[in-house]
Write a protein that binds this ligand. Structure first.
Ligand SMILES: *Cc1c(COP(=O)(O)O)cnc(C)c1O
Length: 354
C-alpha cells in the first residue's frame, strides 16, 4: 500500500471512532442470520428456507444485492464494502436513526427548508430535530450552526444537495465535516442532474460522511424503491447488521440491474429532462402569475407566485398537479420537469391563470 501523503495524514486525524457513535444495543446486537447468509452458492437443491419449490417468484432474493453493488462499484469507483442498498433512501434514513440515535435523548440537525422525511423519521424514532434556516440564497448559515457545535447530543446532520425544495446545491459541506464530529448525511438524490461533483469521493477522507443516492429520480425507478448509502466500510457494516434480511425485493433488484446495464438510455433521458428544464426556465418568468424562478441544479424548479394556495388549486382544477410548498417557502410552488407535452400543458395552464 502507498504510504499516506501529508494531506492524507492530516485528514487521517479526522478519522472518527464510529463505534463510539453507535447505540449500545446495536453494538451488542447479534444480527439475524438468514438462510441465504449461511449458504450463498447458486447451485444445489435448496431445502433451507422453507420456500415453495413451484412458481416464478418462489425464492428469496439475494440479501446483499451483490450484482447491483458490483455494478455500482464500477460506475462510482467505490469499493463494494462502501455501498449499502436500501428499500429507497427512506429506509436508509430510518436505519441511520436506529444505528446512531438513542430515542428520547439524542438530537439531529437539518437546514430548513428541506426534504420532509428527515423530520418524520426523527419523530418516528423519538429523536429531536433541530432546524436551522438556510439563508436567503438557501445556503448554510454558519454563524447559526456554530451555536450548536458543542451540543454532544446532536448525533447527525442532514444536508440535502441539491436541496429539495429549493433546487440548489449546498456549498461548503467540507466546512461542516470539519466542524462536526458526528455523522454527516449528504442526500444527493438529485445529484445526477447537477454539474457539480458528488461528495462520494470524500468518503475515504471523512469516516463520518454518508452519501445518499437513489434510483428514484434520474434512474427513473421510483416504483422500485431502491436507495443507496455510500460510506466508510464500518458504517456500512452497521447498516447491514440491522437491516431487514431481504430488504430489497428480487423484482426490484432486477429492475435496477437492467437500468444500470443501459447507461446510454439513462444519459439520453437525463439530457432530455435537462433540455426541458432550460426551456421551462426560459418561459416561466414571462408568465404573469410567476413572480420569481429560483435557479435549479435538480429536475424540478421552485417558483414564487402571488398566492401559491390559490394557484396550486387552480392548476389542480386544470389537471396539472404541482407541489404546493407554501408552508415551507412562502408562496412557492415546486414544479417537476416533465416531458415536452407535460411541460406545455403546465405552461398553458399557468398562462390561463394570468
Ligand atoms: C426523492 C427524494 C429521495 C428519494 O427517496 P427514495 O426513498 O429513494 O425514493 C431522497 N431524498 C430526497 C431529498 C428526495 O427528494
Amino acid at each position: 500500500m502507498k504510504s499516506p501523503c501529508n494531506i492524507c495524514k492530516l485528514l487521517d486525524m479526522q478519522k472518527i471512532d464510529i463505534k463510539k457513535m453507535v447505540r449500545k444495543n446495536i453494538l451488542d446486537l447479534k444480527p439475524y442470520s438468514c438462510a441465504r447468509d449461511e449458504y450463498s452458492g447458486e447451485d444445489g437443491v435448496f431445502l433451507d428456507a422453507n420456500e415453495n419449490p413451484f412458481g416464478k417468484l418462489n425464492r428469496y432474493p439475494d440479501p446483499h444485492q451483490k450484482k447491483i453493488k458490483y455494478k455500482l462499484s464500477e460506475i462510482k469507483s467505490v469499493a463494494v464494502e462502501n455501498i449499502f442498498v436500501g428499500n429507497g433512501s427512506d429506509e436508509v434514513i430510518d436505519l441511520a436513526f436506529r444505528i446512531f440515535c438513542n430515542p428520547g435523548k439524542d438530537k439531529v440537525l437539518s437546514f430548513a427548508p428541506t426534504y420532509g422525511m428527515y423530520e418524520v423519521s426523527a419523530k418516528i424514532n423519538n429523536v429531536e430535530m433541530i432546524k436551522i434556516p438556510l439563508n436567503k440564497s438557501f445556503q448554510i448559515d454558519f454563524e447559526k450552526l456554530d451555536n450548536y457545535m458543542n451540543d454532544e447530543n446532536i448525533k447527525m446532520i442532514f444536508i440535502c444537495s441539491p436541496n429539495n425544495p429549493s433546487g440548489n446545491c449546498i456549498y461548503k459541506i467540507d466546512e461542516v465535516l470539519q466542524k462536526f464530529n458526528g455523522i454527516v448525511i449528504v442526500d444527493e438524490a438529485y445529484w445526477d442532474f447537477c454539474k457539480n461533483c458528488s461528495l462520494i469521493t470524500k468518503i475515504n477522507q471523512y469516516s463520518n460522511l454518508i452519501i445518499l443516492q437513489t434510483f428514484s429520480k434520474a434512474w427513473g425507478l421510483a416504483e422500485a424503491r431502491i436507495g443507496m448509502a455510500y460510506a466508510d466500510a464500518e458504517i456500512i457494516s452497521f447498516f447491514n447488521k440491522i437491516k431487514p434480511p431481504y430488504n430489497v425485493s428480487g423484482l426490484n433488484q432486477k429492475a435496477a440491474l437492467k437500468a444500470l446495464e443501459n447507461h446510454a438510455e439513462f444519459e439520453k433521458r437525463k439530457a432530455v429532462i435537462l433540455k426541458q428544464k432550460e426551456l421551462l426556465e426560459k418561459k416561466l418568468p414571462a408568465i404573469d402569475v410567476v413572480k420569481k424562478v429560483y435557479p435549479s441544479d435538480a429536475n424540478f424548479i421552485l417558483i414564487e407566485t402571488e398566492n401559491a394556495d390559490e394557484i396550486y388549486s387552480k392548476l389542480v382544477n386544470k389537471k396539472v398537479i404541482t407541489r404546493n410548498r407554501n408552508n415551507l417557502v412562502k408562496n412557492c410552488i415546486r414544479i417537476t420537469v416533465g416531458s415536452s407535452l407535460e411541460n406545455k400543458k403546465l405552461l398553458n395552464a399557468l398562462k390561463e391563470l394570468s
